[in-house]
Design a protein. Structure first.
Length: 552
């Protein structure tokens, strides 16, 4: 008996079938596997505007393999548009909304499985969380990246534009030049072009084994995306026939593979949050220490923005994610025995991949960009549960200086704009964590303003919030416990000295231990910023960033 038979089979389900027939479906359609096609789609921005079109290609693939597809949409928050505003508080929240939307739609209608079309930052992890949670035959495909923009003959991505705003505010760029860059930064549909969060999580879809090999890197406007969307639909039907489910694929080793690719690529710090959350849904034990352990032994070899030169479209030109995985596999840095949605192992999927001209997009393992991974987990009295430092995106690994403390991103941005931040400072932004924000805003506007002001190598920033994948500089996020939970970041005072040691994984508030304990005892939890609505609900349910900021 198929799962969908519960809803669509038997005399007692005659009323149920009548609804389906009102849409033109037949008894033959309802006798087949009835499957969902989840498209993360809206018209809020270019990242997902094409997702409906790709989803229709996926429906055709499902029909080709004798299935009955039912399309539905999930929420999307376009991070680049929400950035720097109160709207950004809804970004991480949307990850949970996406997972919950897929769960409620698929379960309410008893679909036998589903295919997911993702795009902007939170949509890929949200879809994969739903896959791991529900454990029905399912598959995900990333909608694709935009092509690079051009400014004065040089390839750019939107992260360069955010930094240009900082240059303009500091008087180093004319408004006419800023406008020219704005007009050319994003030339096509698709998610942000650099190895920011969307493209990082696209890599994770393949590495975890939940997407078709090679499907992540083609640009949104490439005809290959249409082919992969169609094949994704066909593959879903194979998964149903073989009863292959996400938890057959998602093991501890598959998550270690994902962390390995994250570290080798120098991808977004947000992947730490998202991999923890997906592992949580799959009942797999993954923690912050796993990231640091793997980072120490994996060289960074991918030369992509924001720390490098190239964009996702350039990676696609040399063979995409399979080439990176093949290189790591050939050096025994990846576990090739992990199963994937193809029904084959990673090694079997990659056996015919040829490493041709890497065109400086990927370096040799023997001559890496950095000898260790792109992300380090820092711990100390200021972050006893951990914090995240993208060391690959910083020229400086060690910094010690006086704190400049702010209780919101907005106050910080104003201080930078008013030139109140000096070289050597450690900017502290608190009450922006999952509970305190609420929503753990990304702070690309603030970090880009610092870089654009020429302070990227001389000023550090630490926060219980998080950063965009486009962020670079001495930026430490995900500080846990967060301020709203009474973490030590809540009691830092102006001019306290903070030490950041990326090489040794340490972050420390340099005050006497008794003084720190006394401050913590006297700390009083502030009133929540939101007392009604979605953000209030979220703040009451969300866990620590060190656990993936999942809803408990």
């Amino acid at each position: 008996m198929k799962r969908s038979d519960i809803t669509y089979s038997g005399p007692e389900r005659s009323p149920n079938r009548s609804y389906m027939k009102a849409m033109g479906l037949t008894d033959d359609d309802l006798s087949k596997y009835v499957v969902g096609v989840a498209a993360a789609w809206n018209e809020a921005g270019p990242c997902n505007i094409h997702a409906l079109s790709l989803a229709n290609n996926t429906k055709e693939g499902i029909r080709h393999n004798n299935g009955t597809p039912r399309l539905f949409a999930t929420p999307v928050v376009i991070d680049g548009i929400a950035m720097g505003t109160e709207g950004m508080k809804y970004s991480l929240v949307s990850r949970e909304l996406i997972a919950n939307t897929v769960e409620s739609t698929v379960n309410a209608h008893n679909y036998d499985g589903f295919a997911a079309i993702s795009g902007c930052d939170k949509t890929s992890p949200g879809m994969m969380m739903a896959m791991a949670r529900m454990n029905l035959p399912s598959i995900v495909m990333y909608g694709g990246t935009t092509l690079p923009g051009y400014f004065h003959g040089k390839e750019i991505a939107v992260g360069d534009l955010f930094e240009a705003v900082g240059s303009y505010l500091n008087g180093n760029m004319a408004i006419e030049e800023l406008k020219l860059m704005e007009d050319h930064a994003i030339p096509t549909v698709g998610s942000c072009g650099g190895l920011y969060t969307a493209n990082t999580m696209a890599m994770m879809t393949e590495t975890l084994g939940l997407a078709l090999p090679g499907s992540a890197s083609p640009p949104a406007v490439d005809g290959a995306k249409v082919k992969y969307a169609y094949e994704t639909g066909k593959t879903l039907m194979d998964l149903l026939e073989n009863d292959l489910k996400p938890r057959d694929i998602l093991t501890e080793e598959s998550f270690y593979n994902a962390v390995t690719v994250l570290m080798a690529s120098g991808g977004s710090t947000n992947a730490v949050l998202h991999l923890l959350a997906i592992a949580h849904e799959a009942n797999i034990k993954l923690n912050m220490d796993d990231f640091d352990r793997i980072s120490k032994k994996i060289p960074e070899i991918v030369n992509m923005k924001p720390s490098g030169e190239y964009v996702m479209a350039d990676l696609d030109k040399i063979g995409g994610v399979p080439v990176l995985m093949k290189i790591l596999l050939d050096h025994n840095l990846l576990n090739g025995e992990q199963l994937t949605v193809t029904g084959k192992t990673i090694s079997e999927n990659l056996k015919d991949i040829k490493i041709m001209n890497k065109k400086n997009v990927i370096f040799d393992v023997e001559k890496p960009i950095n000898s260790s991974g792109g992300i380090r987990i820092l711990k100390g009295n200021l972050a006893t549960e951990g914090s995240v430092f993208k060391i690959s995106a910083s020229n400086v690994k060690y910094h010690k200086g006086p704190a400049k403390v702010f209780d919101s991103e907005d106050d910080t941005f104003k201080a930078i704009k008013d030139k109140k931040i000096a070289p050597g400072d450690v900017v502290v932004i608190r009450y922006e964590g999952p509970k305190g924000g609420p929503g753990m805003r990304e702070m690309l506007s603030v970090t880009s303003a610092l870089v654009g002001a020429g302070l990227g190598d001389s000023v550090a920033l630490i926060t219980d919030g998080r950063f965009s994948g486009a962020t670079r500089g001495i930026m430490i996020g995900h500080v846990a416990p967060e301020a709203m939970d009474g973490g030590a970041i809540a009691v830092v005072r102006n001019n306290d000295i903070i030490e950041i040691d990326g090489n040794n994984g340490k972050i420390k508030l340099l005050i006497d231990e008794n003084e720190l304990n006394n401050r913590l005892r006297n700390w009083k939890k502030p009133e929540p910023k939101h007392k009604t609505g979605l953000l209030h609900q979220y703040s009451r349910l969300v866990s620590s960033s060190s656990k993936g900021a999942v809803l408990d």
